[in-house]
Design a binder for this molecule. Structure first.
Ligand code: HEM
Length: 355
Protein backbone atom coordinates (compact mmCIF):
# COMPACT_ATOMS: atom_id res chain seq x y z
CA UNK A 1 0.00 0.00 0.00
CA UNK A 2 2.78 2.32 1.09
CA UNK A 3 4.62 1.58 -2.15
CA UNK A 4 1.45 2.06 -4.17
CA UNK A 5 0.95 5.53 -2.64
CA UNK A 6 4.56 6.30 -3.46
CA UNK A 7 4.14 5.32 -7.13
CA UNK A 8 0.75 7.13 -7.34
CA UNK A 9 2.40 10.24 -6.10
CA UNK A 10 5.28 9.94 -8.61
CA UNK A 11 2.97 9.20 -11.52
CA UNK A 12 0.79 12.22 -10.64
CA UNK A 13 3.92 14.37 -10.41
CA UNK A 14 5.08 13.10 -13.77
CA UNK A 15 1.71 13.79 -15.33
CA UNK A 16 1.73 17.19 -13.75
CA UNK A 17 5.27 17.82 -14.98
CA UNK A 18 4.58 16.60 -18.48
CA UNK A 19 1.47 18.74 -18.78
CA UNK A 20 3.47 21.74 -17.49
CA UNK A 21 6.10 21.01 -20.14
CA UNK A 22 3.28 20.57 -22.62
CA UNK A 23 1.89 24.05 -21.85
CA UNK A 24 5.32 25.65 -21.86
CA UNK A 25 6.14 23.87 -25.14
CA UNK A 26 2.86 25.04 -26.61
CA UNK A 27 3.43 28.65 -25.57
CA UNK A 28 7.04 28.59 -26.85
CA UNK A 29 5.83 26.98 -30.08
CA UNK A 30 3.18 29.70 -30.55
CA UNK A 31 5.68 32.48 -29.82
CA UNK A 32 8.21 31.01 -32.30
CA UNK A 33 5.44 30.46 -34.84
CA UNK A 34 4.17 34.05 -34.57
CA UNK A 35 7.72 35.44 -34.69
CA UNK A 36 8.58 33.28 -37.72
CA UNK A 37 5.39 34.27 -39.50
CA UNK A 38 5.96 37.95 -38.71
CA UNK A 39 9.58 37.92 -39.92
CA UNK A 40 8.61 35.90 -42.98
CA UNK A 41 5.90 38.43 -43.87
CA UNK A 42 8.33 41.27 -43.23
CA UNK A 43 10.99 39.61 -45.40
CA UNK A 44 8.44 39.13 -48.17
CA UNK A 45 7.43 42.79 -47.90
CA UNK A 46 11.06 43.96 -47.88
CA UNK A 47 11.91 41.60 -50.77
CA UNK A 48 9.02 43.01 -52.78
CA UNK A 49 10.12 46.57 -51.98
CA UNK A 50 11.64 47.57 -55.31
CA UNK A 51 13.33 50.67 -53.89
CA UNK A 52 15.71 48.37 -52.02
CA UNK A 53 18.64 46.74 -53.87
CA UNK A 54 18.11 43.24 -55.29
CA UNK A 55 18.92 40.20 -53.15
CA UNK A 56 17.29 37.55 -51.05
CA UNK A 57 16.23 37.97 -47.44
CA UNK A 58 15.89 34.20 -47.24
CA UNK A 59 13.42 32.38 -45.08
CA UNK A 60 12.08 33.83 -41.87
CA UNK A 61 14.47 35.28 -39.28
CA UNK A 62 17.29 32.87 -40.22
CA UNK A 63 17.59 34.52 -43.64
CA UNK A 64 20.86 33.52 -45.29
CA UNK A 65 22.73 33.17 -41.98
CA UNK A 66 23.68 29.51 -42.44
CA UNK A 67 25.43 29.93 -45.80
CA UNK A 68 26.98 33.18 -44.56
CA UNK A 69 28.45 31.59 -41.41
CA UNK A 70 29.58 28.47 -43.29
CA UNK A 71 31.45 30.52 -45.91
CA UNK A 72 32.90 32.89 -43.30
CA UNK A 73 34.21 30.16 -41.00
CA UNK A 74 35.78 28.23 -43.88
CA UNK A 75 37.64 31.41 -44.90
CA UNK A 76 35.74 31.28 -48.21
CA UNK A 77 33.69 34.41 -47.69
CA UNK A 78 34.41 35.71 -51.20
CA UNK A 79 34.15 32.44 -53.15
CA UNK A 80 31.12 31.00 -51.40
CA UNK A 81 29.11 34.04 -50.33
CA UNK A 82 30.01 37.38 -51.92
CA UNK A 83 30.88 36.24 -55.47
CA UNK A 84 27.71 34.16 -56.04
CA UNK A 85 25.60 37.05 -54.72
CA UNK A 86 27.37 39.61 -56.92
CA UNK A 87 26.96 37.31 -59.96
CA UNK A 88 23.23 37.01 -59.25
CA UNK A 89 22.30 40.49 -58.03
CA UNK A 90 25.12 42.92 -58.88
CA UNK A 91 27.65 44.84 -56.77
CA UNK A 92 25.07 46.24 -54.35
CA UNK A 93 22.80 43.62 -52.85
CA UNK A 94 20.69 42.92 -49.80
CA UNK A 95 20.68 39.85 -47.64
CA UNK A 96 19.50 38.86 -44.17
CA UNK A 97 22.13 37.48 -41.81
CA UNK A 98 22.62 37.21 -38.05
CA UNK A 99 18.99 38.21 -37.43
CA UNK A 100 19.13 41.45 -39.37
CA UNK A 101 18.70 42.66 -42.95
CA UNK A 102 22.03 43.81 -44.33
CA UNK A 103 23.07 45.57 -47.52
CA UNK A 104 26.54 45.00 -49.00
CA UNK A 105 27.99 48.08 -50.69
CA UNK A 106 30.19 47.71 -53.80
CA UNK A 107 33.80 48.93 -53.90
CA UNK A 108 35.12 51.56 -54.20
CA UNK A 109 32.04 53.86 -54.32
CA UNK A 110 30.24 52.09 -51.47
CA UNK A 111 33.33 52.28 -49.24
CA UNK A 112 33.75 55.97 -50.01
CA UNK A 113 30.06 56.58 -49.28
CA UNK A 114 30.23 54.90 -45.85
CA UNK A 115 33.56 56.42 -44.79
CA UNK A 116 32.55 59.92 -45.90
CA UNK A 117 29.14 59.92 -44.24
CA UNK A 118 29.97 58.64 -40.74
CA UNK A 119 27.83 60.46 -38.13
CA UNK A 120 25.94 62.22 -40.91
CA UNK A 121 24.02 59.50 -42.76
CA UNK A 122 25.43 56.42 -41.01
CA UNK A 123 26.94 55.45 -37.68
CA UNK A 124 28.80 52.48 -36.20
CA UNK A 125 26.63 49.50 -35.52
CA UNK A 126 27.71 46.34 -33.73
CA UNK A 127 25.58 43.33 -32.81
CA UNK A 128 24.46 43.24 -29.16
CA UNK A 129 26.76 40.20 -28.64
CA UNK A 130 29.78 42.49 -29.26
CA UNK A 131 28.44 45.00 -26.71
CA UNK A 132 28.07 42.18 -24.18
CA UNK A 133 31.51 40.76 -24.95
CA UNK A 134 33.49 44.01 -24.95
CA UNK A 135 31.30 46.20 -22.74
CA UNK A 136 29.66 49.49 -23.67
CA UNK A 137 32.58 51.61 -22.59
CA UNK A 138 34.88 51.11 -25.57
CA UNK A 139 35.64 53.43 -28.47
CA UNK A 140 34.33 51.02 -31.14
CA UNK A 141 30.79 51.30 -29.86
CA UNK A 142 30.85 55.04 -29.05
CA UNK A 143 29.21 57.47 -31.42
CA UNK A 144 29.10 61.24 -32.07
CA UNK A 145 30.93 63.60 -29.67
CA UNK A 146 31.89 60.82 -27.27
CA UNK A 147 33.60 58.98 -30.12
CA UNK A 148 35.46 62.13 -31.23
CA UNK A 149 36.75 62.73 -27.69
CA UNK A 150 37.89 59.11 -27.38
CA UNK A 151 39.77 59.32 -30.68
CA UNK A 152 41.57 62.48 -29.56
CA UNK A 153 42.81 60.73 -26.43
CA UNK A 154 43.91 57.67 -28.43
CA UNK A 155 45.79 59.76 -31.01
CA UNK A 156 48.11 61.08 -28.30
CA UNK A 157 49.18 57.48 -27.53
CA UNK A 158 49.10 55.93 -30.99
CA UNK A 159 50.08 58.88 -33.18
CA UNK A 160 53.66 59.14 -34.58
CA UNK A 161 54.91 61.29 -31.67
CA UNK A 162 53.49 59.00 -28.99
CA UNK A 163 54.98 55.95 -30.69
CA UNK A 164 58.50 57.19 -31.38
CA UNK A 165 59.78 56.44 -27.90
CA UNK A 166 58.16 53.03 -28.06
CA UNK A 167 60.15 51.52 -30.97
CA UNK A 168 63.39 50.67 -29.09
CA UNK A 169 61.36 48.88 -26.41
CA UNK A 170 59.50 46.61 -28.82
CA UNK A 171 60.01 42.88 -28.63
CA UNK A 172 58.89 39.97 -30.68
CA UNK A 173 55.27 39.12 -30.34
CA UNK A 174 52.82 36.70 -31.80
CA UNK A 175 49.48 37.27 -33.47
CA UNK A 176 47.55 36.70 -36.66
CA UNK A 177 49.15 39.16 -39.11
CA UNK A 178 52.62 37.90 -38.16
CA UNK A 179 51.58 34.35 -38.69
CA UNK A 180 50.20 35.19 -42.13
CA UNK A 181 53.45 36.89 -43.10
CA UNK A 182 55.55 33.96 -41.93
CA UNK A 183 53.51 31.51 -43.94
CA UNK A 184 53.15 33.59 -47.11
CA UNK A 185 56.73 34.76 -47.52
CA UNK A 186 57.97 33.09 -50.70
CA UNK A 187 61.73 32.49 -51.10
CA UNK A 188 62.28 35.47 -53.42
CA UNK A 189 60.38 37.92 -51.16
CA UNK A 190 62.18 36.53 -48.13
CA UNK A 191 65.59 37.16 -49.73
CA UNK A 192 64.58 40.73 -50.54
CA UNK A 193 63.34 41.33 -46.97
CA UNK A 194 66.60 39.88 -45.56
CA UNK A 195 68.63 42.15 -47.89
CA UNK A 196 66.73 45.24 -46.75
CA UNK A 197 66.92 44.33 -43.05
CA UNK A 198 70.63 43.43 -43.29
CA UNK A 199 71.39 46.87 -44.73
CA UNK A 200 69.54 48.55 -41.86
CA UNK A 201 71.26 46.32 -39.26
CA UNK A 202 74.73 47.06 -40.73
CA UNK A 203 74.12 50.80 -40.43
CA UNK A 204 73.04 50.39 -36.79
CA UNK A 205 76.15 48.64 -35.49
CA UNK A 206 74.65 47.46 -32.23
CA UNK A 207 72.16 50.28 -31.54
CA UNK A 208 68.51 49.50 -30.99
CA UNK A 209 66.11 50.17 -33.86
CA UNK A 210 64.51 53.62 -33.85
CA UNK A 211 61.50 55.19 -35.52
CA UNK A 212 63.50 56.40 -38.56
CA UNK A 213 64.74 52.85 -39.23
CA UNK A 214 61.17 51.58 -39.49
CA UNK A 215 60.48 54.25 -42.18
CA UNK A 216 63.34 52.79 -44.26
CA UNK A 217 61.80 49.30 -44.29
CA UNK A 218 59.91 49.98 -47.52
CA UNK A 219 60.03 46.54 -49.11
CA UNK A 220 59.27 44.81 -45.80
CA UNK A 221 56.21 47.04 -45.44
CA UNK A 222 55.09 46.14 -48.98
CA UNK A 223 55.33 42.45 -48.03
CA UNK A 224 53.19 43.08 -44.93
CA UNK A 225 50.65 45.09 -46.91
CA UNK A 226 50.44 42.26 -49.44
CA UNK A 227 49.87 39.75 -46.60
CA UNK A 228 46.99 41.87 -45.30
CA UNK A 229 45.57 42.11 -48.84
CA UNK A 230 45.64 38.35 -49.46
CA UNK A 231 44.32 37.51 -45.99
CA UNK A 232 42.40 40.41 -44.44
CA UNK A 233 42.05 40.37 -40.68
CA UNK A 234 38.64 42.06 -40.65
CA UNK A 235 36.46 40.68 -43.45
CA UNK A 236 33.65 43.19 -43.18
CA UNK A 237 32.23 45.82 -40.83
CA UNK A 238 28.79 47.38 -40.63
CA UNK A 239 27.20 50.77 -40.20
CA UNK A 240 23.55 51.69 -39.61
CA UNK A 241 21.55 54.31 -41.52
CA UNK A 242 20.59 57.31 -39.35
CA UNK A 243 17.79 58.30 -41.72
CA UNK A 244 16.28 57.13 -45.00
CA UNK A 245 19.01 57.47 -47.62
CA UNK A 246 19.37 57.36 -51.39
CA UNK A 247 22.25 55.34 -52.74
CA UNK A 248 22.91 54.09 -56.30
CA UNK A 249 19.27 54.59 -57.29
CA UNK A 250 17.98 52.72 -54.23
CA UNK A 251 16.14 54.01 -51.16
CA UNK A 252 17.42 52.51 -47.93
CA UNK A 253 15.14 52.81 -44.87
CA UNK A 254 16.37 54.27 -41.57
CA UNK A 255 17.95 51.68 -39.27
CA UNK A 256 19.18 49.38 -42.04
CA UNK A 257 22.66 47.90 -41.73
CA UNK A 258 25.18 48.58 -44.50
CA UNK A 259 28.44 46.66 -44.87
CA UNK A 260 31.81 47.47 -46.38
CA UNK A 261 34.14 44.58 -47.04
CA UNK A 262 37.90 44.84 -47.75
CA UNK A 263 38.34 41.54 -49.62
CA UNK A 264 35.82 42.64 -52.25
CA UNK A 265 38.42 45.02 -53.68
CA UNK A 266 41.55 43.33 -52.27
CA UNK A 267 40.81 40.18 -54.24
CA UNK A 268 39.38 41.79 -57.36
CA UNK A 269 41.42 41.81 -60.63
CA UNK A 270 39.86 45.21 -61.34
CA UNK A 271 41.96 46.78 -58.56
CA UNK A 272 44.84 44.32 -58.07
CA UNK A 273 46.12 42.53 -61.21
CA UNK A 274 46.46 38.76 -60.65
CA UNK A 275 44.89 39.11 -57.19
CA UNK A 276 45.54 35.46 -56.26
CA UNK A 277 49.33 35.94 -56.61
CA UNK A 278 51.38 37.05 -53.60
CA UNK A 279 53.16 40.01 -55.16
CA UNK A 280 54.40 42.93 -53.05
CA UNK A 281 54.77 45.04 -56.23
CA UNK A 282 51.00 45.65 -55.91
CA UNK A 283 52.15 48.36 -53.49
CA UNK A 284 54.90 49.91 -55.60
CA UNK A 285 54.67 53.49 -56.89
CA UNK A 286 51.50 55.34 -56.02
CA UNK A 287 49.90 52.05 -54.88
CA UNK A 288 46.20 51.08 -54.99
CA UNK A 289 43.32 53.36 -55.99
CA UNK A 290 41.63 55.26 -53.13
CA UNK A 291 39.04 53.22 -51.16
CA UNK A 292 40.23 49.86 -52.58
CA UNK A 293 42.82 48.84 -49.99
CA UNK A 294 41.27 48.85 -46.53
CA UNK A 295 43.08 46.60 -44.05
CA UNK A 296 42.58 49.32 -41.42
CA UNK A 297 39.20 50.62 -42.65
CA UNK A 298 38.70 54.29 -43.47
CA UNK A 299 37.04 57.57 -42.51
CA UNK A 300 36.67 58.78 -38.92
CA UNK A 301 36.74 55.16 -37.68
CA UNK A 302 39.96 54.16 -39.40
CA UNK A 303 41.98 51.93 -37.07
CA UNK A 304 43.76 54.16 -34.53
CA UNK A 305 46.28 51.34 -33.92
CA UNK A 306 47.43 51.13 -37.57
CA UNK A 307 50.76 52.92 -37.02
CA UNK A 308 51.40 50.91 -33.87
CA UNK A 309 50.62 47.72 -35.81
CA UNK A 310 52.94 48.79 -38.68
CA UNK A 311 55.88 49.32 -36.34
CA UNK A 312 55.21 46.14 -34.43
CA UNK A 313 55.11 44.11 -37.63
CA UNK A 314 58.25 45.55 -39.27
CA UNK A 315 60.25 45.27 -36.03
CA UNK A 316 59.09 41.70 -35.59
CA UNK A 317 60.11 40.78 -39.16
CA UNK A 318 63.46 42.55 -38.70
CA UNK A 319 64.38 40.28 -35.77
CA UNK A 320 62.82 37.19 -37.27
CA UNK A 321 64.50 37.22 -40.68
CA UNK A 322 67.93 38.25 -39.35
CA UNK A 323 68.07 35.70 -36.54
CA UNK A 324 65.98 32.70 -37.53
CA UNK A 325 65.25 30.22 -40.32
CA UNK A 326 62.01 28.33 -40.44
CA UNK A 327 59.79 26.03 -42.48
CA UNK A 328 56.13 25.13 -42.06
CA UNK A 329 55.50 21.59 -40.82
CA UNK A 330 52.36 21.48 -42.98
CA UNK A 331 52.89 23.84 -45.94
CA UNK A 332 49.25 23.32 -46.99
CA UNK A 333 47.76 24.14 -43.60
CA UNK A 334 44.44 25.96 -44.06
CA UNK A 335 43.02 28.93 -42.22
CA UNK A 336 39.72 29.18 -40.46
CA UNK A 337 37.97 32.31 -39.16
CA UNK A 338 37.41 32.37 -35.37
CA UNK A 339 36.29 35.16 -36.04
CA UNK A 340 39.75 36.35 -37.11
CA UNK A 341 42.10 34.31 -39.34
CA UNK A 342 43.61 31.40 -37.43
CA UNK A 343 45.67 28.49 -38.71
CA UNK A 344 43.78 25.25 -38.21
CA UNK A 345 46.71 23.54 -36.49
CA UNK A 346 48.21 26.68 -34.96
CA UNK A 347 50.95 27.10 -37.64
CA UNK A 348 53.56 24.67 -36.41
CA UNK A 349 57.06 25.59 -37.57
CA UNK A 350 60.49 24.03 -37.63
CA UNK A 351 62.57 26.95 -36.48
CA UNK A 352 66.23 27.37 -35.64
CA UNK A 353 68.54 30.23 -34.79
CA UNK A 354 71.00 31.32 -37.48
CA UNK A 355 74.73 31.00 -36.66
C1 HEM B 1 47.20 44.44 -38.16
C2 HEM B 1 46.55 44.86 -37.12
C3 HEM B 1 45.21 45.55 -37.17
C4 HEM B 1 44.24 45.54 -38.14
C5 HEM B 1 44.26 44.83 -39.47
C6 HEM B 1 43.14 46.39 -37.66
C7 HEM B 1 41.99 46.64 -38.38
C8 HEM B 1 41.00 47.51 -37.97
C9 HEM B 1 39.87 47.92 -38.79
C10 HEM B 1 39.58 47.44 -40.20
C11 HEM B 1 39.12 48.80 -38.06
C12 HEM B 1 37.88 49.57 -38.53
C13 HEM B 1 36.56 48.87 -38.17
C14 HEM B 1 35.36 49.63 -38.73
O1 HEM B 1 35.42 50.29 -39.76
O2 HEM B 1 34.29 49.52 -38.10
C15 HEM B 1 39.76 48.93 -36.76
C16 HEM B 1 39.29 49.70 -35.72
C17 HEM B 1 39.90 49.81 -34.50
N1 HEM B 1 41.14 49.30 -34.17
FE1 HEM B 1 42.35 48.17 -35.31
N2 HEM B 1 43.47 46.86 -36.42
C18 HEM B 1 44.73 46.40 -36.09
C19 HEM B 1 45.45 46.69 -34.96
C20 HEM B 1 45.01 47.49 -33.92
C21 HEM B 1 45.79 47.83 -32.76
C22 HEM B 1 47.23 47.37 -32.51
C23 HEM B 1 44.98 48.60 -31.97
C24 HEM B 1 45.25 49.24 -30.64
C25 HEM B 1 46.43 49.35 -30.14
C26 HEM B 1 43.69 48.74 -32.65
C27 HEM B 1 42.59 49.42 -32.15
C28 HEM B 1 41.43 49.67 -32.87
C29 HEM B 1 40.29 50.45 -32.33
C30 HEM B 1 40.18 51.05 -30.93
C31 HEM B 1 39.33 50.52 -33.35
C32 HEM B 1 37.96 51.21 -33.29
C33 HEM B 1 38.11 52.62 -33.83
C34 HEM B 1 36.80 53.43 -33.85
O3 HEM B 1 35.71 52.85 -33.86
O4 HEM B 1 36.92 54.67 -33.90
N3 HEM B 1 43.75 48.06 -33.83
N4 HEM B 1 40.90 48.16 -36.74
Amino acid sequence: MGHRAYYDCKITDLLCLSSTFGYVGLVVGIVIGVFTWYSWQKNLKDSANTTLPPGSLGLSFIGETLEFVRAYKANKFMEDFINPHVAKYGQVFKTHVLFSPLMFMGPPEGNKFLFSNENNLVQASWPSSIHKLLGRDIIMTKIGEEHKRGRQILSSFFGPIGLQSFVPRMHETNNNPFRTQISTLNPHCLQEVIKEQNKIAMEKVGDLLCWDDTRKMKYTWQVIQESMRIQPILTFATRETLKEIEYGGFTIPKGWKLAWSGPRSHLSPQFFPNPERFDPSHFEGIGPQPFTYLPFGGGPRICPGSEFARIEMVVFLHHLVLNYEWSMIDPFEKMTMKPFPTFQKGLQLRIHKKD
